[in-house]
Design a protein around this ligand. Sequence first.
Ligand SMILES: C[S@@+](CC[C@H](N)C(=O)[O-])C[C@H]1O[C@@H](n2cnc3c(N)ncnc32)[C@H](O)[C@@H]1O
Length: 566
Amino acid sequence: MQSKKRRRLEPPSIHPRNRYSENPPDFHLLASLYPSFKPYVFSSPRDGRARIDWTDFNATRELTRVLLLHDHSLNWWIPDGQLCPTVPNRSNYIHWIEDLLSSDVVEKIDGCGDGVRGFDIGTGANCIYPLLGASLRGWRFVGSDVTDVALEWAQRNVESNPHLSDLIEIRQAEDILPREETGTDQLLPGEIALNSEEKLSNDSCIVQKVGMISDERKVYQGPPVLVGVVRDGEKFDFCMCNPPFFESIAEAGRNPKSSCGGTLEEMVCPGGEQAFITRIIEDSVALKHSFRWFTSMVGRKANLKLLTSKLREVGVSVVKTTEFVQGYTCRWGLGWSFMSPTRKMITSQVPEKNHQSFMLEGLQRQFGAMQVLKLVESFFLASGACCKCNLSSFIVDINASHQNCDAILNYGPHISGECVSQCPYETTSGTNSLPSPLDELSFRVSVFEQIPGTLLVRGSLPNRQSRLSGLFSSIFQKLEETLKKEIKDKGNRRCGTKQAVEWQGSLLQDLRFLSLDELEDMGIKRISEALSTEQISLKIPWSLVVAYFSVSVVACMFTFGLGMDI
Ligand SMILES: C[S@@+](CC[C@H](N)C(=O)[O-])C[C@H]1O[C@@H](n2cnc3c(N)ncnc32)[C@H](O)[C@@H]1O
């Protein structure tokens, strides 16, 4: 229920820097400019708009070809049946990577040479990401793949664009061990993906042949992904991947609403995306110093959760997620890094139309999603705005009048300030008339925990009809500034306490070597008494005694006013 409601409130978004975000492709124009595209375009009997038949592979391929040519000056082609990328959709991923690289969340990596260098895992015959990344941003790429057709056509697509060919290297992800060394009755890495159409054409055959995939833990058994493909000493700013999403042919099915092609080798891998991305995660541990960011597209939200917890297990320093929504398709982006976080709390670099978001990173334990949600509520209540907080969904819905917005922007409410609610819905006198929705700014703030210590605060404005909607981004910015300041101030106060405790820890190390008499001489009576009772020394572990002692000493210090601020 909740998710449906949320979906209604948060309209699908395309990355704001995506060239198609404001101007979707104009089929009429393209048909008039490119005669080869014209036969695929017709006017919709419903509204007269130019359309194509999305279930016709030739139409979708021709659209991709003319869009790449018209908007990106790229020459491009793929053979029948190969996966045909939609250009606006794939551009979103490139722009997100760009956000990650410019976000400064993790340290820069040395050794990539000039400019940005990326690794596209499974570049496909279409080679779409290297082509877009190189043409949009001038990035250098290694694009890997395993099938002959993908490697051949990716290379052709690079060579058809001589202005970019120096930037893109196509590399085969080869088995590390030569065939003989693996033994004959063993399933060879890549056998399923590479060798036999027949094997792939039988769904049950995949499962039987692989045989090693347990239901609980899906294990990737294919060719190498990063380890063994990345060369010694190579450094990259990022890797990206649109993995084979499906575990079986049946699961891959076919989207009746569109025909983007896609061979079995492109769409299916034993264990599906979960196994494939898990392999990327495992490889990332081994190559943690070779990449600044590891990223992958994820097709299922359930997998996103599961993979995020795997990332926690392997000890990444930061995890980022995003949603790629384009038409009927919704995918997620998952990014992680092992580089040291710069500990900056960063704002999304991108001004979104109906969404604003920022991250709070490196948070101490007292700032969980719940506490931050409460701070958000207090922030708006302090300006007199009307807030409805749903603690179980981590959402606050806000209605702000012109006056409230003015208070936020010009006077800057303090989180701890007086709450002067002027919410007209709450009056009992019945004299307040409801303001017109045009004079009210209604928006929602949600708080998501990404990993412990990292929260995403997201604001969404469901409609922009209000006369006040232009204030949304400034108000959200004000919220960001205020929250960060509040968290920093509280954090600093806690920090004083933490230092005191650390100092006590080192003191205790020294005290451990003193005799009971010496402790008593120092006036530390209680603990020395405890230590001298046999009962305690037998049953209570030393670490507990130390903890107890530590608390007592710290409490003493506060009692005597040693300047620590709790
Ligand atoms: C879903 S397609 C993505 C193609 C293209 N990147 C796109 O976005 O349209 C997945 C690709 O991964 C390739 N692949 C499968 N296993 C691989 C591996 N171990 N290393 C590199 N590529 C692999 C497949 O051959 C296929 O081309």
